[in-house]
Design a protein around this ligand. Structure first.
Ligand code: AMP
Length: 282
């Protein structure tokens, strides 16, 4: 495995591989790798000849007061995990490889898809995500890129960005990987106490409650109220919980057949913000 820190080195390395006809898959991450990330790599390996994993804790997607400084950084373990599953290239840029000191194009006005869900309580977060992924796409110029369904809204926004900026990269969404207790894997789960983790399981249970209720043709508002109670009775704070059109991400108040919906929520367990979702095709 090549571990490369500089943009130029990475591009030189990839150019020679591309010249030989190899297809390239990119798996962008912020490190603290877990089985969810490794699943993205496994899918990438099935779809392309060369897999590049990037690890970059992107400062522009953290709001003031969020966990940028304490975000877990476990580079040695991440390297070992990537090596063990035969990642070809690990790209670990420092901030100066991604952002210039005196940027002249600072952000993006991004699609209104960013106004809902996580974007509503994290204004500016998705601008940062779009900005860094756009840069990574330009640096790596992969054929495909893999992202997780766990960040469903992020995936929808990246699809729009990919189209808007004519990257022509095939984007693949990988399913959510969960622990045995069904908590969606997240680098932030390590912040949870045993008790918080137990309580946090109510997020997924509430999503399943809504999904099952919708299958039984239940009323969305009633289901949402009941689902909220599952979380509130654990003493957790809800950021959002709802049923959305899977494409527009607008909340819906009733579901129609032959349509895809996103049942999604975000909660705070202590100071840790957790997200999860289920994609429902009716
Ligand atoms: P992160 O390092 O948290 O920025 O995540 C990097 C990529 O891994 C994103 O595309 C995430 O959606 C994806 N990811 C994170 N957690 C999971 C999970 N539990 N299952 C599948 N993909 C995930």
């Amino acid at each position: 495995m090549e571990v490369l820190r500089s943009r130029n080195e990475l591009q030189a390395h990839l150019n020679s591989l591309k010249h030989e006809g190899s297809s390239i898959a990119l798996v962008p991450t912020m490190g603290a790798l877990h089985r969810g990330h490794l699943e993205l790599v496994r899918i990438a390996q099935q779809k392309a000849d060369v897999v590049v994993v990037s690890i970059f804790v992107n400062p522009t997607q953290f709001l003031a007061g969020e966990d940028l400084d304490k975000y877990p950084r476990t580079l040695e373990a991440d390297k070992a995990a990537c090596e063990a599953i035969d990642v070809d290239v690990l790209f670990v840029p420092d901030v100066d490889q991604i952002y210039s000191n005196a940027p002249r194009y600072i952000g993006f006005t991004i699609d209104q898809l960013a106004d809902q869900l996580c974007g509503a309580s994290r204004p500016g977060h998705f601008q940062g995500v779009i900005q860094v992924v756009n840069k990574l796409f330009n640096i790596v110029r992969p054929d495909i890129a893999i992202f997780g369904q766990k960040d469903y809204q992020q995936f929808r926004l990246l699809e729009c960005m990919n189209e808007e900026f004519n990257h022509g990269i095939k984007l693949i969404m990988a399913p959510i990987v969960r622990d045995g207790d069904m908590l969606a894997l997240s680098s932030r789960n390590r912040y949870l106490s045993v008790e918080e983790r137990q309580k946090a399981l109510s997020l997924y249970s509430s999503l399943v409650w809504i999904k099952d209720g919708l299958f039984e043709k239940g009323d969305i508002n009633k289901l949402l109220e009941q689902a909220q109670q599952l979380i509130l009775k654990e003493g957790l704070k809800i950021d959002y919980l709802g049923v959305y059109d899977a494409k527009s991400l607008q909340p819906v108040s009733k579901v129609e057949p032959i349509h895809t919906y996103l049942i999604a929520g975000a909660i705070y367990a202590g100071s840790t913000r957790l997200i999860d979702n289920i994609v429902l095709r009716i």
